[in-house]
Ligand binder design. Structure first.
Ligand code: KIV
Length: 275
């Protein structure tokens, strides 16, 4: 059965934990879907782990639509959330609405995600009023990396913790159906979770959140450029891929691949006529 925003809201009420992963293509989304993952985020982490940028700032609407549509084709049951890229919603409520609409119409997402608190509440309100579910994102918001001055845990001081709690209330009041908490102290994330009636999805925010999300290349050890403390490696697929690529190269060099079982035949009669 297709997971919807109602599934997410009911999970919160019933105390059921939600699982989310990022994906950027059809076949990976299909595998996640078949594993029963509740939600797939087409994250703008695409910029880092797929496109090889240093940050998410250069990711475009076209990038998100292209990869969002591929994921949507592979996800039959998981709720597909597509990230709104940098400057696709900060500029105005109008831009936010037009771009959220494109992610739904062309990207075929079930919801959009955007970063920020009170300052983007008008955008969240307008998008949700247009019938598009919005997931909010607080704490370490990677699109603001230049303002943060690096990847740092957020909400550690009294003022920052109060602001995070207030932002969480504001995004809920504006209509968000869930909120990602990234790199937030576990006890603060647990407090935010307790105070909201929408689910919190943690990444580096501890066990007290209603759900968890990880970037799949991180949890499968396929991306070694930077591994945050909160990542748990569930498999070493990166090493397995390298071993397979090496074996393939070696077999080509040795002449053992392709073998007879990989070849197509032609009758000798036909072949003789070619000489
Ligand atoms: O872009 C992304 O992958 C994200 C997750 C880290 C939550 O926003």
């Amino acid at each position: 059965m297709k997971n919807t925003v109602t599934t997410f809201l009911n999970a919160k009420k019933e105390g059921k934990r939600l699982s989310m992963l990022t994906a950027y293509d059809y076949s990976t989304a299909k595998l996640m879907d078949e594993s029963g993952i509740h939600g797939i985020l087409v994250g703008d982490s695409l910029g880092n782990v797929v496109l090889g940028y240093e940050d998410t700032v250069s990711v475009t609407m076209e990038d998100m639509i292209h990869h969002g549509a591929a994921v949507a084709r592979g996800a039959k049951n998981a709720l597909v959330v597509i990230d709104m890229p940098f400057m696709s919603y900060q500029t105005s409520v109008y831009d936010a609405l037009v771009n959220a609409g494109r992610l739904m119409k062309e990207g075929r997402g079930n919801a959009v995600k955007l970063e920020g608190g009170a300052e983007v509440a008008p955008q969240i309100k307008a998008i949700t009023q247009a019938g598009i579910p919005v997931m909010a994102h607080l704490g370490l918001t990677p699109q603001s990396i230049n303002a943060f001055g690096g990847f740092k845990v957020q909400g550690k001081t009294e003022a920052a913790a109060k602001k995070l709690l207030e932002d969480a209330r504001q995004v809920e009041a504006a209509g968000a159906f869930a909120v990602v908490l990234e790199c937030v102290p576990a006890k603060l994330a647990a407090l935010v979770t307790e105070q909201l009636s929408i689910p919190t999805i943690g990444i580096g925010a501890g066990r007290g959140c209603d759900g968890q999300i990880l970037v799949y290349q991180d949890m499968l050890a396929m991306y070694a450029d930077f591994t945050p403390k909160f990542v748990k490696r569930y498999a070493n697929i990166g090493e397995q891929m390298k071993a397979a690529f090496t074996a393939y190269r070696e077999e080509i060099e040795e002449g053992t691949f392709p073998g007879p079982e990989h070849e197509f035949s032609i009758s000798d009669e036909v072949l003789e006529k070619l000489y």
